[in-house]
Design a protein around this ligand. Structure first.
Ligand code: BG6
Length: 506
């Protein structure tokens, strides 16, 4: 995993983006490249080739991306830096082509050969599959058949976006298909949560400090709560969401990656393979989910941050009697020496009352009621809270004596906020991921076995939910904390969720 501040630019290369006109390209990939240019981490010689279906000239493609970038920058009152834009855009070429036709790849081959000769890229090419997932296999296959991923002259790597499969079988099939054409070390499966600074910081917190690791286990930790709460709805993605739902969309990828970062054993080094091996071990130790370990929900009409919003079933391209879940909560068990008996509770949902993601670690209660007026069961437990977004930082909550003659206690917080300590370079969250791929560091990318193991863990629930209709859908109001059944899940264990409304606060 790279720390961008002490790095050199990657070697010269071409980046070929399939899905050149898509949202991902304009919102994330191009702005991330611009930010890399800002920090001097763009390859010194670079060509950007966009492949898309539309009729467009290279100038139109470039101007459209520039316009979008300008709009983005203007939100933070910045103007585009001409020298950075020049570094990024000097070899920007749009290729109109059908992703499924061999001619596209033939033309691409010729084009890459010419650019390589003109610009001097050493044969290095990164193919970025920023398309709908149904194109991942056809594009990889066609690249393979056209001989475009042979890495005898320079590197040839492929970034595959999410979703990687929609269940265990389809993930296995996709992996097997890709491996017909590519070697595992050429495939970079993105989970954009691993591009978030605060997620990478979990490793620093755990392994760069002597303080935490000795208490990071079943002796001291009572349970862990991982929350990814979103106030947005499905943002016009009805077609996608109807086939996906909250479980597929967020759990085997983003939430499980947060579990892995929190719970994996210390690796012997920060080499990609050492870290990936530890994550794979952790996935092996996780119990496959049972139906009694999960709760699903779907939002009804409601009010989010003062605005009335429609029910999920009223969203465009959503069936009026849809049974798709927009919320999921679960209890995960990890069977190893470190975590046996320590449940990990996970929850994520759309249209909740707040946007907030965090990992909250609850420590065991003080064993002895030393304070006569504060029985031990009334003492707040200690919490370590890793805030992922929007206010990135770390909080430690513990009990302190309230000033005055009486010995009364109150739970207080120590806070570390990223923004108070570090100058944070503008980032969209893809900078490290793209840079790492360009230098061939796969630490933050998922290996085939990890992706399959994650799908295997949720597979019984996908099947179970497919076979049984949910009762009482919709079962939570937009703008609420989610369905009450999620509270019951913890109540069965004598526990409760941290109040979602104070997630950011305390
Ligand atoms: C995506 C999901 O992978 O992650 C979206 O498809 C979700 O539904 C998004 O909103 C959340 O990511 P972030 O970075 O905005 O928190």
């Amino acid at each position: 995993m790279s720390t961008l501040s002490h790095k050199n630019p990657p070697p010269p290369c071409a980046i070929v983006i399939f899905g050149a006109n898509g949202d991902l390209t304009k919102r994330l990939i191009v702005p991330a490249l611009y930010n890399l240019a800002r920090t001097g981490l763009l390859p010194s010689r670079l060509a950007l080739v966009g492949v898309g279906h539309n009729d467009k000239t290279s100038e139109q493609w470039r101007d459209g991306l520039r316009e979008f970038l300008e709009q983005m920058l203007s939100k933070t009152e910045q103007a585009i830096d001409e020298s950075l834009w020049k570094a990024l855009s000097q070899n920007m070429i749009f290729l109109k082509g059908d992703f499924e036709k061999p001619e596209t790849y033939k033309t691409l081959d010729g084009l890459l050969g010419k650019i390589d000769k003109d610009v001097g890229l050493g044969g290095n090419v990164l193919f970025y599959l920023a398309t709908a997932d149904r194109f991942f296999a056809p594009i990889a296959g066609k690249l393979g058949e056209a001989g475009l991923v042979k890495d005898d002259k320079g590197f040839r790597r492929v970034i595959v976006e999410k979703p990687f499969g929609h269940d265990l079988q389809s993930a296995r099939d996709l992996n097997a298909y890709l491996l017909n054409y590519l070697k595992e070390d050429q495939i970079y499966r993105i989970d954009h949560f691993l591009g978030k600074e605060t997620v990478q910081n979990i490793m620093a917190l755990r392994f760069a400090n002597g303080l935490f690791e000795p208490i990071w286990n079943r002796d001291r930790i009572d349970h862990v709560q991982i929350t990814v709460a979103e106030s947005i709805g499905i943002e016009g993605r009805g077609n996608f969401y109807e086939k996906t739902g909250a479980l597929r969309d967020m759990v085997p990828n983003h939430l499980f990656q947060l579990v892995a970062m929190t719970a994996m054993e210390p690796p012997v080094s920060f080499d990609a393979e050492d870290i990936r091996a530890k994550k794979a071990e952790l996935f092996k130790a996780m119990h496959t989910l049972a139906m009694t370990d999960v709760v699903r929900g779907q939002y009804d009409t409601g009010t989010v941050q003062g605005e009335p919003v429609a029910a999920y079933r009223r969203e465009p391209n959503v069936s009026p009697d849809s049974n798709i879940e927009t919320y999921v909560a679960m209890r995960l068990k990890i069977d190893n020496w470190r975590w046996a008996g320590v449940p990990f509770y996970l929850r994520t949902g759309k249209r909740l009352n707040i946007r907030s993601s965090e990992i909250a670690i609850r420590f065991k209660q003080a064993p002895h009621a030393l304070f006569r007026d504060t029985p031990v069961e009334e003492l707040d437990a200690d919490w370590l809270i890793l805030r992922i977004q929007p206010d990135e930082g770390i909080r430690l909550r513990f009990n302190a004596k309230r000033p005055g003659p009486a010995m009364t206690l109150e739970s207080v917080s120590m806070r570390f906020n990223y923004k108070d300590y570090f100058h944070q370079a503008p980032a969209v969250g893809y900078e490290t991921l793209i840079y790492d791929c360009l230098i061939g560091d796969a630490t933050l990318f998922q290996r085939a076995d990890q992706v399959e193991a994650a799908w295997a863990l949720v597979e019984p629930v996908l099947k179970g939910w497919h076979d049984t209709h949910p009762r009482h859908f919709p079962n939570y109001a937009a703008g609420s904390e989610g369905p009450s059944a999620a509270n019951d899940l913890l109540a069965k264990d004598g526990r409760s969720w941290r109040d979602i409304r104070i997630l950011g606060g305390k």
